[in-house]
Ligand binder design. Structure first.
Ligand code: SF4
Length: 214
């Protein structure tokens, strides 16, 4: 028999189980810092990203200050990050755009944010949700994988998952679910060999193991 996927219970259990994510505790309500640190974090581990972000924001914490850095200066500040050259170029480019076109304010819509080079739906949703504190669903591979394994939705790509969750999931869970499922996907509901035997939400999971998550 199919188990009920009780999102309210899942959120409460995971919220007790995991500490708050460093991005939430440090950058909530600060869209520019969310934008830059999320871009830096792509394909780079958090343990590396966040010390680098903190060091960078000591030097330049606004679009204006960042736009005034040279490519070389920015590269030397973030050189321990993967793809640092491309990321430095993108950060300078969108910082200039924010100053010139958006009156120093980071846009608060997915559509505008997607115009920035290097910014995909995941980053755009996180900027809207965490930076601007507006409803948005940030779906990465962990959210996509776990929502399918739970049996809450049945989708093939993170983008399909985003749209399915927009339809089905109450707005009050949009932001918090991403934070919790990213932690859960890294620690327990791993892509290969999920640790179901110690999973705190097994009572609400149908354990539909999806082999391909992307
Ligand atoms: S029970 Fe297994 S598949 Fe379900 S969320 Fe937990 S680890 Fe993932």
């Amino acid at each position: 028999m199919k188990k009920e996927v009780n999102i309210d219970k899942i959120v409460k259990i995971l919220d007790d189980y995991y500490p708050p994510h460093i991005m939430d505790t440090n950058y909530e309500g600060q869209p520019y810092k969310v934008l830059v640190s999320c871009l830096l974090s792509l394909r780079t581990r958090d343990e590396i990203t966040f010390p680098v972000s903190a060091k960078l924001f000591d030097v330049a914490d606004t679009p204006e200050k960042m736009a005034n850095l040279s490519q070389d200066e920015l590269e030397s500040l973030i050189k321990s990050i993967n793809y640092y050259k491309t990321k430095a170029q993108n950060i300078i480019d969108f910082s200039k755009l924010i100053v010139e076109k958006y009156d120093n304010k980071v846009p608060d819509t997915i559509e505008e944010l997607l115009k920035f080079k290097g910014v995909g739906r995941k980053t755009a949703n996180l900027v809207v949700a965490l930076g601007h504190l507006k409803p948005a669903i940030c779906v990465d591979t962990h959210v996509h994988k776990i929502m399918n394994r739970l049996g809450y939705i049945e989708t093939k790509t993170p983008e399909q998952t985003e749209y399915a969750l927009r339809e089905k999931l109450e707005v009050k869970y949009w932001r918090v679910l991403n934070q919790l499922l990213v932690l859960h996907g890294r620690e327990i509901c791993k892509t290969i060999n999920p640790k179901c035997s110690i999973c705190p939400i097994i009572d609400y999971c149908n354990q539909i193991i999806v082999k391909k998550n992307k």
